[in-house]
Design a protein around this ligand. Structure first.
Ligand SMILES: Nc1nc2c(ncn2[C@@H]2O[C@H](COP(=O)(O)OP(=O)(O)OP(=O)(O)O)[C@@H](O)[C@H]2O)c(=O)[nH]1
Length: 393
């Protein structure tokens, strides 16, 4: 599917930047424009791959922002997004809408700019264009505290409603034991884009041969049309030199090895990889059987594909999800060194981390209220003691 990608806020911009790099490195054909929008000038400056003319600063004229971010305040993030419609529309003008199958908005939900702004942006795009709007929302890790959880819980609701499908990535599930929350972002951003690009670029011709069971981007759209939140499964395996050689020698070998590649070994490997993906860590852990629809993409050199293996994997997932709505297809990548299986579990309804975030958010809201009440009581006590009103701080 061809996409217009917009990274909103700091995390959104960094991940969009990494996505563009990954797309270029793997010669995929996914994006028609990649844009970064942020309220912090310095974060936009740090991006390495998104062209300068595709970076936009919002809230610059607002006294509370002035190019320095919104300090974790999603209400302010939403406000400047609404106010700066001119700048937002200038950014959207960079997307050749006639040539895309949808928009993808990426944002971290624990801060202010992305958390508050991304749902506003999604709503604005939906009112203006007919193409579907997908979201990629990054959930904060537990250690980031109550405020981040509260921001994320609120944004989750608004972002889900404003998009056709919201894919989740949970920083909590992906932080390594050795990493600080921030230290691991580089690694996690690579994991995110690998999954998202492999999934969404399936079916886009990039010079590779068309395979027998090639995935059609219409299948991706159909699977994403459920609404709600989704999660992505992924597994990959390195291939031997014989299977990955491209060029003349590779083609010659391919003809001679087709019988082996399409035989039992290739089939077992493909179906095994699909199982391994679904049983590995999902972008956001969720109960697999709560998915409404699913989609499997097996990506790699066509010599490693197996129709039987794909079908076996598809039937296995039908049983696991207890749903007949499982689509599967190949994504041929000539000369690829790995075979990968990526699975989209769409509209998952049993997502423990979301429930946990909501609990954490309720607790945070309570303690904020308590603090406000205590502070109001203290001020009242001071006024009563002095008999005078306090000067503003
Ligand atoms: N996976 C990942 N998550 C990130 C990254 N940077 C930030 N985050 C997460 O995103 C959340 C929001 O942080 P930012 O994107 O920096 O915030 P912002 O949207 O720019 O908003 P303000 O800084 O308040 O203006 C954080 O709470 C983190 O959980 C990143 O590079 N990768």
């Amino acid at each position: 599917m061809k996409l217009g990608v917009i990274g909103y806020g700091n995390a959104g911009g960094k991940i969009a930047d990494r996505l563009l790099q990954f797309e270029e490195q793997t010669h995929r054909n996914l994006t028609r424009a990649v844009i970064a929008i942020n309220s912090a000038k310095v974060d936009l400056e740090r991006l390495e791959h998104i062209p300068r003319e595709n970076r936009f600063l919002v809230g610059q004229t607002d006294e509370r922002v002035k190019g320095h971010g919104v300090g974790g305040d999603p209400d302010l993030g939403a406000e400047i997004t609404r106010q700066d419609q001119y700048e937002i529309d200038r950014a959207l003008d960079r997307v050749p809408v006639y040539d895309i199958g949808g928009f993808l908005i990426i944002a971290g939900l624990g801060g202010g700019t992305g958390s508050g702004g991304a749902p506003e942006l999604a709503e604005h795009i939906r009112e203006t264009y007919e193409e579907p709007v997908y979201g990629l929302g990054i959930l904060p890790a537990e250690e980031e505290g109550g405020r981040a959880a509260l921001n994320a819980a609120r944004s989750l609701q608004a972002f889900t409603q404003a998009t056709d499908n919201l894919v989740l990535f949970d920083n909590h599930a992906w932080r390594g034991s050795e990493d600080s929350v921030v230290g691991g972002f580089d690694r996690t951003n690579t994991e995110i884009v690998k999954r998202v690009v492999t999934l969404l670029s399936a079916g886009e011709i990039d010079g590779s041969r068309i395979s027998e069971n090639a995935m059609d981007s219409g299948d991706i759209r159909r699977t994403m049309a459920t609404g709600g939140v989704s999660t992505i499964a992924y597994a990959e395996t390195a291939l031997g030199t014989e299977e990955r050689d491209a060029g003349l020698l590779g083609r010659f070998r391919e003809q001679n090895s087709r019988a082996t590649a399409n035989g039992a070994d290739a089939g077992t490997r493909v179906s095994g990889l699909i199982r391994q993906a679904v049983q590995s860590r999902l972008t956001c852990p969720a109960a697999v059987d709560s998915a409404e629809r699913s989609l499997i993409v097996v990506s790699g050199p066509p010599e490693a594909f197996s129709r039987k293996g794909l079908e076996k994997g598809r039937q296995w997932l039908e049983r696991e999800t207890d749903s007949a709505e499982v689509l599967a297809g190949d994504d041929p990548r000539d000369g690829a060194r790995t075979l990968s299986a990526v699975v989209l579990l769409s509209n998952v309804t049993d997502v423990p981390r979301v429930k946990q975030l909501q609990q954490q958010a309720i607790m945070a809201q309570r303690s904020i209220k308590e603090r406000e009440t205590t502070r109001a009581d203290e001020i009242q006590a001071l006024i009563t003691d002095d008999g005078n009103e306090l000067e503003p701080l």
